[in-house]
Design a protein around this ligand. Structure first.
Ligand SMILES: *Cc1c(COP(=O)(O)O)cnc(C)c1O
Length: 403
């Protein structure tokens, strides 16, 4: 399986894990992918649903939208993302996309050129590797260090970047680590990128999904040090990934991206790619304005409890280990103490057997860069999560060496 896995993306890898499900087995528990919307407790806010219905009822949004997105919606995103920034984004900095996925695709496409390479986090989000392979961009990996709360290995950035390195990707809050970078650490990342002459692609699809002591700090905050392409969407915070609406935002107070033709490149690409649905775009201002504190607090509280349950129960098993308690996003990385198992050789076997025997789906670590780790999502209803952890516990006890 090995290397071809890198090209599958998360869905492809999970298809592989699920192909081991026993049809006569227990009910499936999806701890693999991050889509909590299937659970009633994570249903989006009524105001979000109303915003879309109202957009439809106006009858004004049945047509195509401008290539960059509806101006009023771009403006609202600019204001929303500028909160707390040392400068203000304008609507011209915002391009609406089909989810954060298309924003990733556009950011990579506009940077693709002969010989170029981009620095990616390891562990990371395999869609980057897969898209870069298609675009002929070389992927180089820098490590997130578990012993340091999954912070970026800054020295390694220096070691792997060269004159063909055009950008680095940072994912904050982190998928798959569940960590949130501090202001100080992000400042150091920005300084390093500046010194190396890179721009930063900041995947903030989990922006504001934080429930530990660290606040979420947008990378755009440091855009006067280094230009930033901020990527985001309504998929995760508002729990509507099926609506396919996101954004690519150029945080470029010194006009560096403009001078280097990157903005022109983005505009050209947007003329030829598919646009996000106009009704979803039209609903965006109300989605952002009307989501109540209540909804945010409620979701964050649920995620926080779920993260605690997941972390505490895994730490009790001496064959699995989480180096850091999740403080954001919906995931945690779990290390498999593989030498403690009798008949499981690696993470690929671990996840396939867990799927077969217990109908619990987890993402293997290998395809996201870490062999003998798994990624677990805790963004599911608490009772199902508990059941999933019970089954993981039983599975581990069955396969661990007697000590
Ligand atoms: C889910 C996810 C995306 C894709 O977001 P969509 O808005 O659903 O396209 C991008 N990056 C990361 C890190 C994600 O977890």
């Amino acid at each position: 399986m090995g290397c071809s896995h890198n090209m599958l993306g998360i869905r492809g890898v999970l298809d592989y894990v699920m192909s081991h499900l026993n049809p006569d087995g227990k009910s499936k528990i999806p701890l693999g992918h991050g889509d909590p919307s299937a659970f009633e407790c994570f249903r989006t806010s009524i105001h979000v649903e109303d915003a879309l219905i109202e957009a439809i009822r106006t009858g004004k949004y049945n047509g195509y939208s401008p290539a960059d997105g509806l101006p009023q919606s771009r403006r609202v995103v600019a204001d929303y993302l500028s909160r707390g920034f040392p400068y203000k984004l304008s609507e011209d900095d915002v391009y609406l996309t089909c989810g954060c996925s298309q924003a990733i695709d556009l950011a990579l496409s506009v940077l693709a050129r002969e010989g170029a390479n981009i620095l990616l986090p390891r562990p990371g989000f395999p869609q980057y590797e897969a898209l870069m392979a298609y675009k002929g961009i070389e992927a180089r990996h820098y490590d997130l260090v578990p012993e340091r709360g999954w912070e970026v290995d800054l020295d390694q950035l220096d070691a792997i970047a060269d004159s063909n390195t055009v950008a680095m990707v940072i994912i904050n809050p982190s998928n798959p680590c569940g960590t949130v970078f501090t202001h100080d650490h992000l400042a150091k990342v920005a300084e390093t990128a500046k010194r190396l002459g890179l721009l930063i692609i900041s995947d903030e699809v989990y922006a504001h999904i934080v429930f530990g002591e660290k606040p979420f700090i947008p990378m755009g905050f440091f855009a006067s040090t280094v230009p930033v392409l901020t990527l985001g969407s309504i998929s995760k915070k508002w729990m509507v990934p099926g609506w396919r609406l996101g954004w690519l935002v150029t945080c470029d107070p010194h006009g560096i991206l403009r001078k280097s033709q990157i903005i022109e490149g983005i505009k050209k690409l947007l003329n030829i790619v598919v646009d996000p649905s106009t009704i979803a775009q039209a609903a965006l201002p109300q989605i952002i304005k009307k989501t109540t504190e209540d909804f945010d607090q409620q979701t964050l509280q649920l995620l926080s409890q779920a993260a605690d349950i997941c972390y505490d129960r895994i730490q009790k098993l001496n064959v699995l280990y989480c180096p850091a308690k999740p403080q954001g996003s919906m995931f945690v990385m779990v290390k498999i103490n593989i030498s403690s198992f009798v008949d499981i050789r690696d993470d690929i076997e671990f996840s396939a057997m867990l799927s077969k025997e217990e109908s619990v789906i987890v993402l293997q670590g290998s395809p996201i860069g870490l062999k003998n780790w798994i990624r677990v999502t805790f963004a599911i209803s608490p009772s199902v999560l508990e059941e999933g952890l019970d089954r993981i516990t039983a599975f581990c006890m069955r396969h661990a060496k007697n000590t």
